[in-house]
Design a protein around this ligand. Structure first.
Ligand code: C2E
Ligand code: MG
Ligand code: MG
Length: 753
């Protein structure tokens, strides 16, 4: 991989320092070589010159003295001069030569005729008054020895400087080697780091030309180092703004201008060469600075944050959406109402807030299990979405509560139409885990600006309209009207009153007899709950059982019912007119663990044999959660309690459980019995159920028999028993005692009262 430039800056400064150091060592060695001989030469010549001069002066003095003593003969009688020089100077004739000249410059005496070695140094001194000298003396000496000595000094310093140079070079070289090794090591380390880190790295020169890409950068940009080298950074690293898609400013450009580290916000998207794949990236660029402060390149580090970005978006989505259905949640829904009402305020249209509650969803959840409940909610969400425009919002507030906000509405009729469309859509059966489920829905609507002009009130009013829809028989759409507020208050009061009803002993049981059509005898009675409210009078279970279930209070109330019914059954047993007392048990109650043990305990306490108690369950209970139902049935059978299947035909069409569970009695729902005269279908259903019961060896009772005709038909069909107003209305135990004594059992009774 061509990455030599990566550490170029360092190499550059290293080479310069080496060059400098080499020159310096050469200069030092040159000086060391030249200076000592030169200095020695200078010094030695100076010493010789001074010596010669002194000698010449002394000789001139002697000659002057001689000329004073022998003014006439000193210059003619050469023996005088020869004597003078031989006595006064003890010189080595080999090295020096003295000459005496007359005033006219004629050589009078030359002490040694021997030729002196070159080079030579001569000092000439005038004799006597310099203005009118009588002659001159010259002393000449060979200075060859000075040259020779200087030469030997030069040889010595040459050797020394050579050694010095060798030493310095050696030191430098090893320092350089070390530096290079270190550099190499550093480079390797840097390269390995660059190759192994998860971040992408691109380096450029100061002109923004790409020099190096690490493998991550290569895969993110779609360029290899070889291909990208020398190209401009903008070409290789192509980034655009996430939202506007406009080309984004390359951080390297900014960093080279500012000479500072530049961090980019993570709103840039890198577009890969070739396949055009996009990556959300986070990047930063730093300049590579030379020691003199100038930028010689830049490094850019970036990483792919696409996944993080996606998970952030996912988190954001989760924060505003319901995880089960994917619909907007409460918070987003509130925002959408605000947006819609703002728009309505601006264009004078209507915004409708719809509050939807699935009727008796809790029962489905409790009896069929949460997985069925969840699946149902998902399907409901889908259907609701299909009922509204793309611009409308359907949200889930939690549980089985859905909401919708419809904006830009011109007519209230449109809202009603959409509400009814929702009802119709949700009324179609749902197919979940092989079962056909039917639900109904109650919808409450509030309108902006008619009903309220703020979010909180709109929600509150739609909610109370929804309760009104429930109260008006469910499965309908109710628009908010001011008197709903009063009803809402009433509802709250009802809930409060229910809360204290058990403590205040306000519950009572009534009993409705069942006539056995074969024997004409009253073999059993059904215990039915009443709330005798001091304010409201007698309240029917249809008006409060749901509330008890919603609040969970059904558990305590249910135990009270069982206990009272058991005591009553014991009373009849003791009185000699034993009756099987049937008690309705809701799904919610059954889900509470320990119910069977409680029943056993109560039977025990009352000393009532279990066969005088029967539990009425609805079909939904038996569906799904088969293991749990298995245990439950086994336990109930274990203690000897009978089981009846109530409201048969209204629930679920899968009847596999009839074989599976030990049910002794089927109670055909009133709706079929009522229609038995008018509808062939109803008649056929009843007939089939009777036959099914016979085939499975079950006792079949028809509920809600109101006419003698119905009774006779049912008997003709082979129905085992009847229960209904035609025979008797539910009544309290005392009234029933009286009724029982008056009732005349007969095998072919016509019951025409
Ligand atoms: P259910 O178990 O199907 O009870 C029969 C209902 O039909 C009773 O209504 C009874 O008064 C009514 N009925 C009987 N014969 C006729 C008739 O000929 N015509 C008409 N129109 N109605 C007739 P009630 O007492 O209002 O009870 C309604 C439901 O409330 C019961 O239906 C049962 O599901 C529930 N319920 C009653 N008592 C209890 C209780 O103690 N615990 C629980 N969990 N539910 C109860
Ligand atoms: Mg019942
Ligand atoms: Mg029933």
């Amino acid at each position: 991989m061509n990455n030599e430039n990566w550490l170029g800056a360092k190499q550059l400064s290293l080479a310069t320092s080496l060059r400098l150091l080499s020159t310096a060592s050469l200069v030092i060695c040159g000086v060391v070589f030249v200076l000592p001989p030169a200095l020695y030469f200078e010094w030695a010549m100076d010493v010789d010159a001074r010596t010669l001069r002194t000698e010449a002066l002394l000789n001139a003095q002697s000659v002057l003295a001689l000329s004073t003593q022998q003014p006439d003969s000193w210059s003619t009688d050469l023996s005088l001069l020869q004597e003078l020089f031989s006595s006064e100077n003890d010189v080595d004739d080999d090295e020096e030569r003295r000459s005496v000249f007359s005033a006219s410059g004629q050589l009078l005496l030359e002490q040694s005729a021997q030729e002196l070695d070159a080079p030579r140094l001569t000092e000439l001194v005038l004799i006597g008054d310099p203005e009118s000298p009588i002659g001159s003396v010259a002393v000449t000496r060979s200075v060859r020895h000075v040259w020779l000595e200087s030469a030997s000094v030069a040889v010595g310093s040459l050797v020394f400087s050579g050694l010095l140079l060798w030493f310095m070079r050696g030191v430098l070289l090893s320092a350089l080697r070390q530096a290079i090794e270190k550099l190499q090591e550093e480079k390797e380390r840097a390269l390995i780091t660059l190759r192994s880190i998860g971040d992408a790295v691109i380096t450029t020169d100061s002109e923004m030309r790409v020099q190096y890409l690490n493998p991550v950068a290569e895969s993110l940009t779609g360029w290899t180092t070889e291909e990208a080298q020398g190209l401009l950074m903008d070409e290789v690293f192509f980034i655009v703004q996430e939202e506007s898609r406009a080309p984004a400013v390359n951080p390297i450009k900014e960093c080279l201008q500012s000479l500072q580290i530049v961090e980019m916000e993570n709103h840039t998207v890198l577009v890969r060469r070739g396949d055009g794949q996009e990556f959300h990236i986070e990047d930063s660029a730093a300049p590579i600075l030379h020691s003199d402060g100038r930028a010689i390149g830049a490094v850019m580090v970036f990483h792919d944050v696409t996944e993080r970005k996606a998970s952030q978006q996912q988190l954001k989505h989760t924060a505003f959406h319901d995880t089960l259905t994917g619909l907007p949640n409460r918070q987003l829904f509130r925002n959408r109402i605000l947006t819609a009402t703002e728009a309505s305020r601006a264009d004078g249209t209507i915004t409708a807030v719809l509050f939807l509650d699935l009727d008796r969803f809790k029962g489905i959840n409790d009896s069929l299990g949460h997985s069925v409940g969840d699946e149902l909610l998902i399907l409901v969400a889908k259907r609701l979405r299909q009922c509204v425009r793309e611009s409308d919002t359907v949200a889930r507030m939690g549980g089985d509560e859905f909401t919708a906000v419809l904006g830009g509405i011109h007519s209230v009729d449109n809202v009603r139409l959409i509400g009814e469309k929702m009802l119709a859509s949700l009324a179609n059966p749902f197919h979940i885990e092989g079962q056909h489920l039917r639900i109904s829905t109650s919808i409450g609507v509030s309108l902006f600006p008619q009903d309220a002009d703020n979010l909180e009130d709109l929600l509150k009013l739609a909610d109370s309209a929804m309760y009104q829809a429930k109260d008006s028989g469910r499965n309908n759409v109710q628009f908010y009207t001011p008197d709903l507020n009063t009803r809402a208050t009433e509802k709250l009061q009802l809930e409060y009153a229910l809360h204290t009803a058990l403590e205040n002993n306000e519950y009572a049981l009534v009993y409705q007899p069942k006539l056995d059509l074969t024997t004409g005898k009253i073999l059993g009675v059904e215990a039915l709950l009443r709330w005798v409210s001091p304010e409201r009078g007698i309240v029917m279970p249809g008006d409060f059982i749901d509330r008890l279930e919603e609040t969970g209070r059904i558990v305590q109330v249910g135990l009270w019912v069982l206990k009272t019914a058991i005591q009553q059954a014991k009373h009849w047993l003791d009185a000699g007119c034993p009756k099987v007392v049937s008690v309705n048990v809701s799904a919610y109650q059954l889900r509470q663990s320990g119910l069977v043990a409680d029943i056993a305990g109560m039977l025990d306490a009352a000393s009532l044999p279990a066969k005088w108690l029967q539990i009425e369950l609805t079909e939904s209970l038996l569906m799904n959660d088969a293991d749990r139902s298995d245990f439950l049935f086994a336990d109930l059978l274990g203690i000897g309690v009978g089981i009846a299947l109530d409201d048969f035909g209204t629930g679920y069409s899968s009847l596999g459980y009839l074989r599976k569970f030990p049910i002794q009695e089927l109670k055909i729902d009133r709706s079929f019995v009522t229609d038995i005269d008018s509808s062939e279908t109803a008649e056929r259903v009843v007939k089939t159920v009777v036959e099914l019961g016979q085939a499975l060896n079950m006792y079949v009772t028809a509920e809600g028999v109101e006419t003698a005709e119905q009774l006779l038909r049912l008997r003709a069909m082979g129905c085992d028993a009847v229960q209904g107003f035609h025979l008797a209305r539910p009544m309290d135990s005392e009234a029933l005692d009286v009724w029982l004594t008056e009732f005349q059992p007969s095998a072919d009774i016509s019951f025409e009262i």
